[in-house]
Design a binder for this molecule. Structure first.
Ligand SMILES: Nc1ncnc2c1ncn2[C@@H]1O[C@H](COP(=O)(O)OP(=O)(O)O)[C@@H](O)[C@H]1O
Ligand SMILES: [Mg+2]
Length: 353
């Protein structure tokens, strides 16, 4: 014996990917089968099959056997039959304010390990106002806001215009058009009431912060948390007088946006942003990965806008893989690092090489 340890090769891992697919590519409002009017961006949060296949390919390159489990009504049966060792979850859920929590809650019910944050974190983060309220108790600065409902559509107290109107529980800029900014109470009431009926939920109205926009990616857990350097969203072409990262701009980002990473900011501002991002990630008990949006006012004040504990992973489109790429981590490594974080968290170390 020469004293060298012979290490076991990592075990083959059976990974199921849970996801919801876009079903149609619409450009206009449409009536659903039940007759409801649905907005043109109704499926903004759902994924293209190309994203699922890219994740599959990334995992197959890492000693994984991958099965595709669309998160529809049949998911409970599929999970029981498929018996994956772990789930790579990117499912947005089907319906309701807590829809992103549906799949994680089911996986907890069956005690199946999965990547990403748990149901409670996903529920809270999908409710933008609730997240802002929680984070304000941690001293995180966020734009002043009100919630407008069908029955309570008047602004109360002191509130400054312009303001932005956003569905309270959406992502991917769903419900945020290029005309989401209002300049007085009359405009606000009109837009809020229209969107409450179209998006079937309360509207979050926030004071508009004109300034620079940044998004920060994070992955890992505990002492392994890694915060990527912030990416700035810079406008090369103006959409209107308010540059907002709307649904239209995201879809046509090549026409409007130049992404800058590392962002051209001072070391102090960068540290303030990455420290805030880590604090928010930990305060909300995020796991494995997340992306956090910030605005920086011309006076240098940093505002938290929202957190995405289930950030989009569309290669060549979503911000999170773009941030990783700028920071020297290619798509396949990013996918593997997310899975690896989850494997470590569950103590499944024999699958990690
Ligand atoms: N208070 C605000 N002031 C200025 N711009 C805002 C504000 N809130 C949101 N925006 C703009 O709207 C975009 C989408 O808003 P966000 O809350 O991040 O929604 P989503 O979850 O759909 O990404 C942001 O990326 C930003 O450009
Ligand atoms: Mg956002």
């Amino acid at each position: 014996m020469d004293g060298k340890e012979i290490s076991e090769p990592p075990q083959l891992l059976h990974v199921g990917i849970t996801y919801n697919l876009k079903k149609s590519d619409r450009s206009k409002e449409q009536h659903s089968q039940s007759g409801d009017l649905e907005p043109s961006d109704n499926e903004a949060e759902y994924d293209d099959i190309t994203t699922i296949l890219a994740i599959k390919e990334a995992l197959e390159g890492r000693n994984c056997r991958v099965t595709l489990l669309e998160a529809d009504e049949e998911l409970p049966v599929k999970l029981l039959e498929d018996k994956p060792d772990i789930i790579f979850n990117i499912a947005e859920g089907i319906y309701g304010r807590g829809r992103e929590a549906q799949v994680p809650a089911l996986l907890n019910f069956y005690k199946i390990p999965y990547t990403g944050s748990d149901e409670t974190t996903l529920c809270i983060a999908l409710d933008k106002a609730l997240t802002k309220r929680i984070l304000s108790t941690y001293g995180i600065k966020t734009p002043k806001y009100r919630i407008i409902t069908k029955d309570q559509n008047q602004l109360t107290g002191r509130f400054y215009f312009p303001a932005i109107v956003k569905p309270n529980a959406e992502g991917s800029s769903k419900g945020i058009s290029d005309v989401a900014v209002v300049t007085n109470r009359r405009e606000l009431e009109k837009l809020a009431l229209k969107n409450i009926s179209l998006y079937k939920q309360d509207m979050l109205v926030e004071e508009f912060i004109s300034g620079r926009e940044f998004t920060v990616g994070i992955f890992g857990n505990g002492s392994d948390i890694h915060v990527f350097s912030p990416m700035e969203i810079c406008y090369v072409n103006q959409v209107n007088q308010y540059n907002i990262y709307s649904y239209n701009v995201k879809r046509n980002y090549k026409e409007f946006i130049r992404y800058e990473c590392p962002a051209n900011i001072s070391k102090e501002t960068e540290a303030e942003m990455t420290n805030a991002a880590r604090k928010i990630y930990e305060a909300l008990c995020c796991r494995d990965f997340a992306r956090i949006d910030f605005l920086l006012s011309p006076q240098g004040k940093l505002y938290f806008i929202e957190i995405n504990p289930l950030p989009g992973l569309a290669p060549g489109y979503s911000d999170f893989p773009m941030i990783a790429e700028f920071n020297g981590m290619d798509y396949n490594s990013l996918v593997w690092n997310v899975l690896k974080s989850a494997l470590k968290r569950y103590g499944m170390k024999s699958y990690i090489d």
